[in-house]
Design a binder for this molecule. Structure first.
Ligand code: AMP
Ligand code: MG
Length: 418
């Protein structure tokens, strides 16, 4: 028996719970992106800006679901029945006359069914004797018949405002005769790294005491994956004047400014005070691990998010907290991440009650169990933990111990990029 479920650690006072932070983000984030009409070829990954109502029935006419013979079912009540094959209907070629009772019509998948015949007998069930088809069974009315409008009725809403456009939504729009869609314009996001020690990776020789900037390329890429129009504004030194001027300038043509670093409470962490001076600030110390400090606020008309500097903290807070805000500002409706249950393939003793996102992988055993294993090094500076993993294993807030076999949530990373 496991004893994990009844042992809890108190969360330090002063730390905000994740659910409270997410509720706040969801209640305050409003769509700021405008809309534009673009052709289907450019719609992949965009967010729909209005409901789509079909003006047509799909299929537009009754048609055959099979290669076979179209018949009046009432002709086959006493099998075997012999009917002359007196017409041929291929897809795209409607019968140019009326169908008659007592005849069989050769018909192919997708071909329009004329008024009268109410069933299609699949060709495998029919024997031919020259120009005569022999039917050995009765057939129910409606067999293998696709009805006009059975997929989509004219006047029905087929796609909803705020929906992500994947290949299938784009195909669906084309199926009702649309060639362009109204979508939200990409959110305009400016990105900075901060830190005197941070050096762009184009610099070949790393100066003493410096590290390469992992966060900016990481943030730019993740934001592009979320459909943002990203401006990379480089690295800011830990200097209040420099940061202040750069942030102010960025507000003119961006909806959102994101920085990494400088949001802890050290002497060199200037970002918090600058946002307080220039605009408004909500600084949160969250009961999550990694990614405790994160700042939300605004300067002029631009929203602001200050991510922690440790690269894993930066990417985790971007995926789990900034992402829903960014998507809501971009017009997206549903921003929930999908979670899957998996069995812990590890055990863990904890002395910290924060909700924890461990990086790891899942695999299915031969007897159908889904096992989650954690990457061995979980430090918030160890990006290798993200690279080697496919998702977060979520340890609920307050849990003191995880025993092997405990059921936990697994959140695939690829969910957090859309
Ligand atoms: P900070 O939040 O500025 O106190 O930074 C916390 C840690 O993250 C420090 O060890 C920084 O050197 C590191 N760090 C900050 N920004 C970056 C970055 N852009 N790329 C890689 N590491 C960073
Ligand atoms: Mg710093």
């Amino acid at each position: 028996m496991n004893s994990s479920s009844d042992e809890y650690i108190k969360i330090s006072p002063g730390l905000m719970l994740l659910e409270d932070a997410l509720a706040r983000i969801k209640s305050t984030s409003k769509t700021v992106a405008g809309t534009e009409e673009i052709s289907l070829a450019n719609c992949l990954g965009r967010t729909l800006g209005e409901d789509v109502i079909s003006k047509v029935d799909v299929p537009p006419y009754d048609n055959s679901a099979m290669d076979g013979y179209a018949v009046f079912s009432s002709d086959l009540v006493n099998p075997p029945v012999r009917l002359a094959v007196t017409g041929r209907i291929a897809a795209g070629h409607p019968l140019a006359r009326e169908a008659q009772k007592g005849e069989a019509l050769r018909i192919f998948t997708g071909a329009p069914l004329p008024p009268g015949p109410d069933a299609i007998v699949m060709q495998e069930k029919v024997k031919l004797d020259g120009e005569v088809a022999i039917f050995s069974e009765t057939v129910k009315p409606g067999t293998n018949r696709r009805l006009q409008g059975e997929n989509i009725k004219s006047g029905s809403t087929i796609l909803h405002k705020g929906q992500l456009l994947r290949a299938q939504e784009i195909g669906f729009a084309a199926a009702v005769g649309l060639s362009a869609l109204k979508v939200y314009k990409p959110l305009r996001v400016a990105v900075f790294s901060t830190g005197d020690e941070i050096v762009d990776s184009t610099i070949k020789k790393l100066p003493p005491g410096c590290i390469y900037d992992a966060n900016r390329p990481l943030m730019v890429s993740l934001l592009q994956g979320l459909g943002c129009a990203v401006t990379d504004l480089g690295i800011l030194q830990d200097d209040a004047g420099t940061i202040s001027t750069a942030l102010k300038n960025a507000t003119t043509d961006h909806d959102l400014i994101i920085t990494s670093g400088g949001v802890s409470v050290g002497e060199e962490d200037h970002v918090i005070n600058i946002i307080k001076d220039l605009g408004s600030l909500d600084f949160w110390r969250l009961a999550v691990k990694p990614g405790k400090p994160i700042a939300f606020g605004s300067i002029n008309n631009a929203a602001f998010i200050g991510l922690p500097g440790n690269p894993v903290s930066a990417i985790v807070t971007l995926m789990m907290l900034a992402r829903p805000m960014i998507l809501l500002m971009s017009g997206r409706g549903d921003v929930e991440l999908k979670r899957y249950r998996a069995e812990a393939d590890f055990s863990l003793e904890r002395d910290d009650g924060r909700l924890e996102w461990m990086r790891g992988n899942v695999k299915t055993t031969s007897d159908g169990r889904v096992l989650a294993s954690a990457f061995p090094a979980q430090g918030s500076g160890i990006l290798a933990s993200m690279v080697a993993s496919s998702g977060f294993i979520e340890i609920p807030a307050g849990r003191a111990r995880i025993n092997k076999g405990d059921m936990l949530d697994f959140i695939p990373f690829n969910e957090a990029f859309k």
